[in-house]
Design a protein around this ligand. Structure first.
Ligand code: NAD
Length: 265
């Protein structure tokens, strides 16, 4: 028996990185997956990988900043699988042009708040009525270590991820009445394709070498005191699996730091 048997999981931004790894992990435990990514080719590639591994996956090209597209997509997921029980909001990320409040170009604000915060808000808004109709389930949102401490120079991303923490707590405080839990994950540095590219690490460097190199390069966020602060997408997919499954039924409104303790000591 799989840990996600009977679940129908809608994952935004699952064309790459943490979302993709989460789609594969949850499918391997029996969940039916819907991948929603702005890049339809990437969404299809994830779905192909899930199906090749023996899972079930629907891929959709969806921009999470567009409420109408999201609404259509969640209906397609319900039509395909008969219900929707889980939402995992992975679409998001910081951009290189982000900067401190006095320096940043306000175009970065429009892009990042729109994608990370508004996109998460809209996905919850469109999915929750369907999760309620299914009798309840779980929402997993993505914040970041940068929202748990004050030393990241990208202030727009930090503000967006701080908003996601408060939104998650508000969701938890309202939708328990509908048997829905909402939690957030705050990763450290996760070596997705995007992050490898940003820090100049080749895609084919093996995970352990990549983690060691990234740990040396990123002393600003995680240093030798936090040897577990750099990871790979599968590390976070394991946390997603736990929060999405009924194994976490006592966990609601939590922000789970997955950053090697960087925000704690
Ligand atoms: N990678 C990290 O180090 C890290 C650290 C902390 C938090 N996070 C957060 O985790 C989440 C996943 O990050 P990741 O690094 O796996 O991302 P990623 O860049 O690897 O993947 C993001 C996916 O989202 C898609 N996307 C972009 N805009 C979209 C839109 N408007 N609508 C739908 N899809 C869209 C992209 O096509 C891409 O496939 C993000 O919210 C990110 O902020 C990541």
């Amino acid at each position: 028996m799989g840990r996600m048997d009977g679940k129908s999981v809608f994952i935004t931004g699952a064309g790459s990185g943490i979302g993709r790894a989460s789609a594969l992990r949850c499918a391997a435990e029996g969940a039916a997956i819907t991948v929603a990514d702005i890049n339809g080719d990437l969404a299809r590639a994830t779905a192909d990988a899930v199906v090749a591994a023996g899972g079930r996956c629907l891929s959709l090209a969806v921009d999470v900043t567009d409420e109408a597209q999201l609404a259509e997509a969640v209906v397609a997921a319900v039509e395909r699988y008969g219900s929707l029980t889980n939402l995992v909001n992975c679409a998001g990320g910081s951009i290189a042009a982000d900067d401190s409040v006095t320096k940043v170009d306000m175009d970065v604000w429009d892009h990042t708040i729109n994608l990370d915060l508004r996109g998460t808000f809209l996905a919850c808004r469109t999915a929750i009525p369907h999760i309620t109709a299914a009798g309840g389930g779980s929402i997993v949102n993505f914040t970041s270590v940068v929202a748990l401490q004050g030393n990241f120079k990208g202030h727009v991303y930090t503000a967006a991820k701080g908003g996601i923490i408060s939104l998650t707590q508000a969701l938890a405080g309202r939708y328990w009445r509908d048997n829905i839990r909402a939690n957030a994950i705050a990763p450290g540095v996760i070596l997705t394709e995007r992050v490898r590219d940003r820090i100049g690490l080749a895609a084919d460097v093996p995970a352990e070498d990549a983690v060691r190199t990234a740990l040396e390069m990123n002393a600003r966020l995680v240093d030798q005191r936090h040897p577990f602060g750099v990871g790979v997408p599968e590390d976070i997919a394991n946390v997603v699996l736990f929060l999405a499954s009924d194994e976490s039924r006592m966990v609601n409104g939590a922000v789970i730091p997955a950053e090697g303790g960087a925000a704690a000591y």
